[in-house]
Design a protein around this ligand. Sequence first.
Ligand code: SAM
Ligand code: DTB
Ligand code: SF4
Length: 339
Amino acid sequence: MTTLRHDWHRAEIRALFDLPFNELLFQAQTVHRQHFDPNAVQVSTLLSIKTGACPEDCKYCSQSGHYDTGLDKEKLLEIQKVIEEAKAAKEKGASRFCMGAAWRSPRDKDMPYVLEMVKQVKGLGLETCMTLGMLAPEQAKALGEAGLDYYNHNLDTSPEYYGKVITTRSYSDRLNTLANVREAGIKVCSGGIVGMGEKREDRIGLLMELANLPSHPDSVPINMLVKIAGTPLGDVDELEPFEFVRTVAVARIIMPKSFVRLSAGREKMNEQMQAWCFFAGANSIFYGEKLLTTSNPETNTDRLLFEKLGIHALQLNTPVEDSLPVAPKAILWRDAMAV
Ligand code: SAM
Ligand code: DTB
Ligand code: SF4
């Protein structure tokens, strides 16, 4: 069985990126099969619970108050509205509901609402995830006690490229939030964005930071930049698609037990590209017609893709080696979708 390493060197990760494509994908698929059912993909649905007017200056983001992106801003959603959306996501086959807010960090007066959202969404039998910006230790603890399963907080890019993308919060702020989340016993979801004009060395640096955390994030979203008009990265050059697949494959190899999520940017990827990503070890997606503010593939399109590829939606987020002896925990996508 693979031992989990937290001492990856840049040269080792670079050597993986440099492998011939077929060799890299074969290695990634081999590692993937040691820990997961290769035909099972975890499915999460996103909801923006507070949209726009964010004080941070992330140069990729539609929600930053620093850029004019024409986005309609919204205050914190009412709990009832969140619950309706979560119910609909469950009915469509999602196993996790991820709630995102355009905050630098939650204010104390927001906390009772988000804690109540966690409790009620969990009460529907869904896994819960939140992404609310930076968290202080007490905030992380309160979310953990309310039953939050996952907290998403991305490193976004390498420490070296970071200052070109965000200036209002530092890399170490992000690492501190991840430590607070881990210490509160909440599962960590952390990854980044590629296609922001960074170099391969920055993709290497991002993956090295993630893999060398005290424990690998349970979930690693790899987002392809969704270009937003009005942001400084609104017309950056496209990333070569094979380079995206390589990034997924390397993430799979160096974080063998983590769920690697093929996250934002799927709408612009054709079926073949997504199939390569699944072969490279991606085993989670965002499902539902909207991400936070931008669109995602239609649910029917995803259902058909899963059917074509013989992929089923994973109901419980359990690595296969722990789940094999008990009753199957995966359900067929078409059964989950049956109305
Ligand atoms: N405001 C909180 C924060 O940033 O910590 C949570 C929400 S924020 C939208 C969550 C993540 O979404 C970001 O860290 C970034 O990685 C990703 N993201 C945002 N805009 C994106 C875009 N245009 N393309 C791809 N990923 C994006
Ligand atoms: C993550 O890594 N990707 C998601 C989620 N975590 C919160 C967000 C993607 C946002 C894409 C742009 C938008 O819809 O605003
Ligand atoms: Fe705000 Fe998050 Fe967007 Fe950055 S990524 S501007 S913190 S909503």
